[in-house]
Ligand binder design. Structure first.
Ligand code: CA
Length: 482
């Protein structure tokens, strides 16, 4: 879809009231009206406790349907409410992507005894002891579901690591020992080997596991009529598994089934390597771009904008880049806290929402607010979304040629009358820049529409140039005046 926009529809501090799917349903029309074309929904399956966000996954097949872990609904509601919400979103042609956690499980039903070996958390290849029998929480038979949709029973040998030895009352990272079993070698190399993240690490090389998760992936896509998934924690997952999982699900749902992976690393080379391995059949969040925004917001005028776009996914692999400003993991109190400061957020969203390349994703917290507090960015987001829909067309000309005042233009195209725009941001003093919006705009009068300099007008000269202004630490967006 041309100029599509995704919204991550959740944040970390939602109330555990079971009303969230109903809220999503009632927002469908509004989301369509403001220009959102896809929604990323949180992990919708039963976690180890009702209040969990869903990342502490217990039963992938329980979408709020069975009485397990003391509750039928999840934090967000029931399966039926979720289906109703998705139907409503589809009515407004909004795609739905499910957050998908296939790296680990928690909240087992019973313990089992098996051989394992505690390893050094900072080097998971380094054992801290000889192999010994431990008692781990690795048995899952899902008594509340009774085999519906799948009769698969998880055992210790379906995992590669666990976190508790119950008999010794000890916590740590225990590598499970078995035939042909070791950490996956196709994961991130941090901490020696980053296969293990938390809970029971799923052995994604085990044939029974692969078959079961493939079954689930196609089942859930059909059951919820999904348009795609967001894959959680892929840097901790065997890349061969991920590749064949996508192929399997796309065989069922079609090649357009959308997949974006969370490979949380600011280092561009790691993401590049991952895209190569996956043969570019996956999108990734542009984490390097996020960190640039984060540092720009912290360092203010000391941040040099001339290298802002270097080694970001959106520059190097635009077809595979999901651009974003913040998410549930970067918000304060979360595991990867790196929240872009408020003063810079309008500029950051301008940079991703009005750009030619990248699939932008808006964070729920930046639109609806965090912990029920209203967001200061709601109005500017609506303005930018409106500009994206009406004016953000044509070629992009970049002007990242000054440490503190940078911008770009869009020339517009024939399909969208009067489209084209100029964006300018400053992280220092008031600034100005002469930029070209294309000769086709010569003689037009343009004005500023974010409210930064509302009275200001410029005339486009015969070569398509004009000198645009911006105030200190602000953003301006210029379009043709009616
Ligand atoms: Ca893993």
């Amino acid at each position: 879809m041309k100029n599509g926009v995704m919204m991550q529809f959740f944040e970390w501090n939602l109330p555990n009231d079971g009303n969230f799917w109903k809220q999503l349903k009632s927002e469908a029309k509004h989301l369509h009206e403001i220009g959102v074309s896809a929604i990323w929904i949180p992990p919708a399956y039963k976690a180890d406790e009702q209040q969990d966000e869903g990342y502490a996954t217990y039963d992938l097949f329980d979408l709020g349907e069975f009485n397990q872990k003391g509750t039928i609904r999840t934090k967000y509601g029931t399966k039926e409410e979720l289906r109703n919400a998705i139907d409503e979103l589809h009515k407004y042609e909004i795609s739905v992507y499910l957050d998908t956690v296939l790296n680990h499980k928690t909240g087992a039903d019973y313990t089992e005894k098996f051989l394992a070996q505690e390893v050094d958390p900072s080097n998971r290849n380094k054992p801290l002891e000889e192999p010994r029998e431990i008692q781990g929480w690795t048995g899952y038979n899902f008594p509340g579901r009774g085999g519906k949709y799948s009769d698969f029973i998880w055992h210790w040998y379906h995992f590669s690591g666990t976190e508790i030895d119950d008999s010794a009352r000890k916590m740590g990272i225990f590598r499970i020992i078995g035939e042909n079993k070791y950490w996956s070698e196709t994961v991130d190399s941090e901490n020696g080997n980053y296969d293990y993240l938390l809970g029971n690490d799923i052995d994604l090389k085990h044939p029974e596991v692969i078959a079961e998760l493939n079954h689930w992936g196609t089942w859930v896509a059909n059951e919820l009529n999904l348009d795609g998934v967001r894959l959680d924690a892929i840097k901790h997952m065997d890349s061969a598994f991920v590749k064949q999982f996508l192929e399997t699900v796309r065989k069922e749902r079609g090649e357009k089934y959308f997949v974006v992976g969370e490979y949380w690393k600011g280092d561009f080379e790691s993401l590049k390597k991952y895209l190569e391995v996956l043969e570019y059949k996956i999108d990734l969040f542009d984490v390097p771009l996020h960190y640039k925004m984060y540092h720009a917001s912290l360092e203010k005028e000391k941040f040099d904008f001339t290298k802002f776009l270097h080694d970001t996914l959106v520059t190097r692999f635009p077809e595979n880049a999901v651009t974003f400003v913040d998410n549930h993991d970067s918000q304060p109190g979360s595991s990867l806290e790196s929240q872009v400061e408020d003063w810079f957020k309008p500029s950051a969203y301008g940079l991703i929402l009005l750009a030619e390349k990248g699939y932008p994703c808006i964070f729920y917290g930046d639109y609806y607010g965090i912990k029920g507090n209203e967001s200061p960015h709601k109005a500017i987001l609506e303005t930018l979304l409106d500009i994206r829909r009406r004016y953000a067309y044509g070629i992009q000309n970049n002007y990242f040629d000054h440490p503190n005042t940078v911008g770009f233009t869009r020339t517009g195209d024939d399909e969208h009358p009067d489209s084209g725009l100029a964006l300018l941001i400053s992280n220092g003093e008031d600034g100005e820049k002469t930029m070209s919006v294309g000769e086709n705009h010569q003689g037009e009068t343009w004005h500023e529409i974010t409210g930064c300099i509302p009275e200001e007008k410029v005339t486009i000269d015969e070569k398509g140039h004009a000198t645009f202004l911006v105030k200190s630490c602000r953003l301006t967006v210029w379009i043709k005046k009616d």
